[in-house]
Design a protein around this ligand. Structure first.
Ligand SMILES: [Zn+2]
Length: 216
């Protein structure tokens, strides 16, 4: 169990030629298996929709499905989380591709990575980097689904994403005595939460925009 908790994508990143790990959003992909799975799923979904469009399959109601075990092709220390992110990304990418919308995920990831900037956990500190990444990933995954749920309800659009971090620090991931040795796991989880929230929120808002556009 300890191995799972301490896992992160960094060691994988160092030994692979995956271009995501040299992207401007690489800090997200090294800290979060979910985010890394998501971008792969988005790319595959977008591409699959494009193919379905080109070959006239969409008009016949035929839709490509997401690969069920992407972790077999994408090395990760947290395959379960990667798989979850992949399937969400695939749905989002497919919807954008089928609607003829732009390929928006990577620029959103880069924007989110820029907001996080140098605040991401320091991987040089022995032991702490991996634990921090596990916390960041946990927060990212939870935040992604919370963002989807928030956007799915009829509420005023959310503009202030900075609020999410303070909300999270006040209400979620209360630190345990054990975790304190490793720095501030709550902060890492909440940064992940706020970041994932933006992506999940944006997916639902884009889906709505795609639906409106196709209804015109
Ligand atoms: Zn990748």
């Amino acid at each position: 169990m300890a191995l799972v908790v301490l896992a992160c994508e960094v060691s994988v990143a160092q030994s692979s030629g995956d271009p995501h790990f040299s992207d401007a959003a690489a800090s997200l992909f090294t800290q979060s298996a979910f985010a890394h799975g998501y971008i792969h799923g988005y790319e595959d979904g977008f591409h699959a929709a494009d193919q379905d469009l080109q070959f006239g399959r969409l008009s016949r109601g035929v839709h490509a499905r997401a690969r069920s075990h992407p972790e077999n092709l994408i090395p990760s220390q947290n395959p379960a989380s990667l798989r979850k992110g992949y399937s969400q990304g695939f749905v989002a990418g497919y919807a954008d591709g089928a609607a003829g919308s732009e390929f928006r995920a990577i620029s959103e990831m880069r924007e989110a990575a820029a907001v996080l900037g140098t605040e991401l956990p320091n991987n040089d500190a022995p032991g702490s980097g991996m634990a921090m990444a596990a916390n960041f990933n946990r927060g990212f995954e939870d935040g992604y689904f919370a963002g989807q749920a928030y956007a799915g309800k009829p509420r005023a659009p959310l503009g202030d994403f900075a609020y999410l971090t303070s909300f999270c620090m006040g209400h979620l991931y209360g630190p345990t005595a054990d975790d304190k040795r490793l720095g501030d796991p709550q902060k890492a989880a909440c940064r992940g939460y706020a970041t994932g929230f933006r992506i999940g929120y944006s997916d639902i808002r884009s889906r709505e925009a795609n639906t409106r556009a196709s209804a015109k």
